[in-house]
Design a protein. Structure first.
Lengths: 279, 333
């Protein structure tokens, strides 16, 4: 930023606003984590203090890990999230390529139709989806969740990726055609590597709602063998008694994998977000 | 081997016609340049020859074989793009070899051909680099190398020099001319720069609004332009156009005279006028004159001359250098 346009006061305000927002965002996470390391009394008596030697307790984690099933829950969440992201990226990129690259009748209408999916929440169709899954014998399978999440993630993925794919040079694709690359090779070998930052952006935007979702696991796959972490944590929340230690511990553990995936994608993500703005 | 026949090629996007019936014959080993203002359809025509666009109607034949339904890679062509269009994630060597690899050629043959092309273009030291590590001129040489390696029947160039700076442009132009001589290949080249067209071509095709205005050797077009458009497009500074009636020639609508085909004197001559502006280029002096008989005209003098604005001068066209155009803007016999 140039010195002439850079006043101390303005920078100060910008930073103050950003810091305040960061604190607001991080505070619940911070609270969850510190309380997950306290005993039950300390959680209620002094929820805002960090664990002291007197109040420090791993009882929550012991409960969660001792339950045994949590390994399965994590595994389920992982399978559902990873497979859904993979499918969303694959089909989203392919559809985006078709929409941005080929001129065909109904191209614009198709693009709009897919964009509508961003605006209409998929949960409105829950009843129909459940009926469909029952009919297809997919209730209580991870496949059911993967199918729903793929459908849920595709509209945004196609929207973002087709914008990015329009920026890939036509000459490059044509050079590939003259060199004898098939349309599939052009897509996989020339275009995909160039839109990798956009793919990472889409991956993160797709991943977080899937990992955190409670609704569809609860409705489509509530069986013990197919529970996800978010649904699994609910067993500690009772109508009358809630095992807060266990709930907080489970939530803290659930943050970790997302964090790891995010770090993997984030380097790409930052490039993706700034790619349009800063050239 | 590499001849090309185009027969009444038409191309329309919806109701907008970009190419309005192009007929053209290119002989083996010829260097043909499509030139014209932007939007005249020259790039579209090149893409149609390459197979990257389908013609709405008409036929494209390479070496006498109809290629209308043949994929670009199977037409025996290679293309060099304005934006280089190198594969960013491949090294120079892989960029050049990809076409052959796709065609399933043995590794040793690919190595050999890439090596030859690289030494022809002095790219040997850069074979292991990626395009991002090369300068603009080097990138365009790699793109040309990629075309050479394929040993095509037809080289297609789509404004290959437009992204290069002036000095590099001259060098690369020489390089392409040299390549054409040594490879004796058929080349088709699109440009909007008439200097490139005049210096490189065996045959220039002047296009305007989707139609061919004239086909001929550079000197043909310069000395015998078929119509007002070609006369104005070829040659710099532009030809002077004067209404025939002003010069007492009632049979011609327009009379054209090139700026370099006029003499200038302070004492006497055909057209009296006042100097409006003078450009001193060292080798040339370009004088803009507001004349009584002919209106505003441009005169190009060789060498240095001391004229200043507001000087009174007399311009005299060289005998036999006038071009006369009729009511349809075509040249009069």
């Amino acid at each position: 930023m140039s010195k002439a346009r850079d006043s101390f006061l303005r920078t100060g305000f910008v930073h103050a606003a950003l810091i305040a927002y960061t604190l607001v965002s991080l505070f619940p996470v911070f609270l969850t984590i510190i309380n997950s390391f306290k005993d039950r009394n300390a959680i209620f008596r002094a929820p805002l203090t960090i664990p002291t030697p007197q109040t420090f307790s791993l009882i929550g984690y012991e409960t969660v890990l001792g339950q045994g099933d949590f390994a399965t829950y994590f595994q389920n969440s992982f399978i559902v999230t990873i497979v859904s992201i993979a499918l969303v990226l694959l089909f989203g990129a392919m559809a985006a390529f078709a929409l941005s690259e080929y001129r065909f009748r109904g191209n614009t209408v198709m693009g709009l139709y897919l964009a509508i999916g961003i605006m209409i929440p998929i949960r409105l169709g829950t009843v129909a989806i459940l009926q469909g899954m029952v009919a297809a014998n997919l209730v209580n399978t991870l496949t059911a969740l993967i199918l729903v999440y793929t459908a849920q993630g595709l509209p945004l993925a196609i929207f973002i990726l087709s914008e990015f794919m329009r920026t890939v040079s036509d000459d490059l694709k044509n050079a590939g055609r003259i060199d004898g690359l098939s349309e599939y090779s052009i897509f996989f070998r020339l275009v995909l590597p160039l839109v990798r930052p956009a793919m990472a952006t889409v991956a993160v935007f797709t991943m977080i709602p899937i990992w955190n979702d409670l609704w569809f696991p609860l409705i489509l796959a509530p069986a013990e063998a197919t529970k996800t972490v978010t649904l699994g944590s609910q067993i500690f929340i009772g109508q009358f008694v809630t095992n807060w230690n266990a709930v907080l511990a489970a939530l803290s553990l659930a943050i970790l994998p997302v964090l790891v995936l995010y770090v993997i994608f984030s380097r790409q993500l930052i490039r993706g977000i700034t790619a349009g703005a800063v050239k | 081997m590499g001849s090309l026949q185009l027969k009444s090629i038409r191309k329309a996007y919806g109701s907008h016609e970009v190419l309005k019936g192009i007929d053209l014959e290119v002989k083996d080993g010829e260097f043909v340049i499509f030139v014209g203002p932007s939007g005249c359809g020259k790039s579209t025509l090149l893409r149609t020859i390459a197979g990257l666009e389908d013609a709405t109607s008409g036929s494209v034949q390479i070496d006498g074989t109809e290629v209308g339904h043949v994929a670009p890679a199977k037409r025996g062509i290679a293309m060099v793009f304005q934006s280089y269009a190198l594969y960013p994630h491949l090294t120079v060597k892989d960029n050049m070899g990809l076409g052959l690899k796709q065609a399933g050629k043995p590794k040793a043959e690919i190595e050999d051909k890439v090596g030859k092309a690289a030494s022809m273009l002095s790219l040997d030291p850069y074979l292991a680099r990626r395009p991002a590590e090369l300068s603009g001129g080097q990138r365009q040489r790699v793109a040309i190398g990629r075309a050479i390696v394929r040993e095509p029947k037809l080289f297609l160039f789509d404004e290959p020099l437009s992204n290069l700076d002036a000095a590099l442009r001259v060098n690369t132009r020489l390089e392409i001319a040299r390549l054409h001589r040594s490879l004796k290949a058929t080349m088709i080249y699109v440009t909007h720069d008439q200097v490139e067209a005049m210096t490189l071509a065996d045959k220039i095709v002047v296009l305007n609004a989707g139609q061919i205005e004239q086909i001929g050797s550079p000197m043909d077009l310069y000395n015998r332009p078929a119509n007002v458009f070609v006369a104005g497009f070829i040659g710099s500074p532009q030809m002077n156009f004067i209404e025939g009636a002003r010069l007492g020639d009632t049979s011609a609508k327009t009379i054209g005279i090139r700026p370099e085909h006029m003499a200038l004197s302070r004492e006497s001559g055909d057209w009296k006028g006042k100097v409006v502006h003078v450009e001193h280029l060292g080798a040339d002096t370009i004088v803009y004159i507001d004349s009584e008989q002919a209106g505003t005209i441009t005169v190009r003098l060789f060498g240095e001359h001391r004229y200043a604005p507001d000087d009174i001068v007399y311009a005299t066209p060289t005998v036999g250098s006038m071009h006369r155009f009729g009511d349809d803007d075509r040249v009069l016999a």
